[in-house]
Design a binder for this molecule. Structure first.
Ligand code: GCU
Length: 340
């Protein structure tokens, strides 16, 4: 039912945008670029997308109209990845987690405790030698990742009691993203992994289908998770980037001069999103403390790390092709070690 509603919304929006283009006196030959994401309009990724939209309109406004569809209007993230794959839409923002089912290479960025610090994470993600072998791996599947977006650090949050050690997760149903690595991580930590799409988490928490979830601080504010979960524990288990993915046929069909403008637009998106991210996290924590009554906890992360490190070995054994990328990330970890 939900899917049908969303498709209905897509068809209506499509009809409206075509009508408006024809009826508003704009050139009918303008190509509409549709971009979907699953965050609210207050979220840093939406703010970044608007900077991208503004830039493309400034530079190529005579040819393209960029339309941004937030809040799962075009379906869940998994739906939007498929729409991008087939070219029904041109771009969407997808969590790296979901992409490992399209190319296993993406599993690397889903590994818990892969990055030793936020600085190491940012420097590695900014390095084409690290990301290109991963971002290009879905070309055969019909899409490419064109830039990364910050999605902070993922931590556990729960309704009834704080998670202060892996033992506290025992028997709890915790929502995870729909990815084999995330399910395996949760199992190693002793909780019951409950994969579901992001848009279903609030209802899942409210109805008690799940006992908790794991995400960055923005989910407390933008998705109302802090209204239900009052315990947020900084176990810092993952830094999973979000990625803007683009349909290959669209990207490869762009003339070289336009492609260069789009590439610049992707950089502008990345910068604007990351700047807005810092402010978004600050504001979400303030909101969680002052308005939602969320308590923050700082458990020793070592027992969590010890429980999940076997995943590094098993993923690397399965994927020798990503060993070089993994080693490069270790160099960034050594260069940007976390403060003790
Ligand atoms: C973060 C991330 C989203 C993702 C979500 C999730 O909010 O930015 O891309 O969909 O987590 O847990 O599913």
């Amino acid at each position: 039912m939900r899917g049908i509603k969303k498709w209905g919304a897509l068809l209506c929006v499509t009809a409206l945008s075509v009508t408006c283009l024809a009826g508003c006196g704009s050139s009918e030959s303008k190509r509409i670029i549709r971009i979907g994401h699953n965050q609210s309009t207050a979220h840093p990724s939406h703010i970044g997308m608007m900077a991208f939209q503004e830039y493309i309109h400034e530079e190529l406004g005579d040819k393209y109209v960029v339309e941004i569809y937030p809040s799962e209007l075009l379906g869940s993230q998994a739906d939007m990845v498929q729409l991008t794959q087939t070219g029904a839409i041109d771009f969407c923002i997808a969590s790296n987690s979901l992409l490992e089912t399209f190319s296993k290479n993406y599993s690397i960025f889903n590994l818990p405790y892969l990055f030793g610090s936020a600085e190491a994470y940012h420097a590695a993600m900014d390095d084409p030698a690290v990301v290109d072998p991963i971002f290009d791996a879905t070309k055969a599947a019909g899409f490419t990742s064109v830039t990364w977006l910050d999605a902070g650090t993922r931590n556990f949050y729960t309704i009834d009691k704080p998670i202060e050690s892996p033992a506290d997760l025992k028997g709890l149903k915790i929502r995870v993203q729909q990815s084999p690595t995330n399910v395996a991580m949760m199992e190693l930590l002793g909780g019951k992994a409950t994969p579901m799409s992001f848009g279903d988490v609030y209802t899942g928490l409210q109805t008690g289908i799940i006992d908790g979830a794991e995400n960055n601080e923005l989910a407390l504010r933008d998705n109302g998770h802090g209204d239900v979960c009052k315990h947020y524990s900084y176990d810092m288990h993952q830094m999973i980037p979000d990625l803007l993915i683009g349909n290959n046929a669209f990207l490869e069909g762009l003339p070289a001069d336009e492609r260069a403008i789009f590439e610049e637009g992707f950089k502008i998106l990345n910068q604007a999103q990351r700047e807005a991210w810092v402010l978004g996290v600050e504001d979400s924590i303030k909101n969680a403390v002052e308005k939602q009554g969320v308590n923050f906890y700082y458990p020793d992360t070592k027992p969590f790390q010890d429980a999940v490190m076997p995943l590094h070995e098993s993923v690397l054994a399965d994927l020798p092709a990503i060993q070089g990328t993994y080693d490069l990330i270790q160099e960034y970890n050594a260069q940007f070690a976390a403060a003790e």
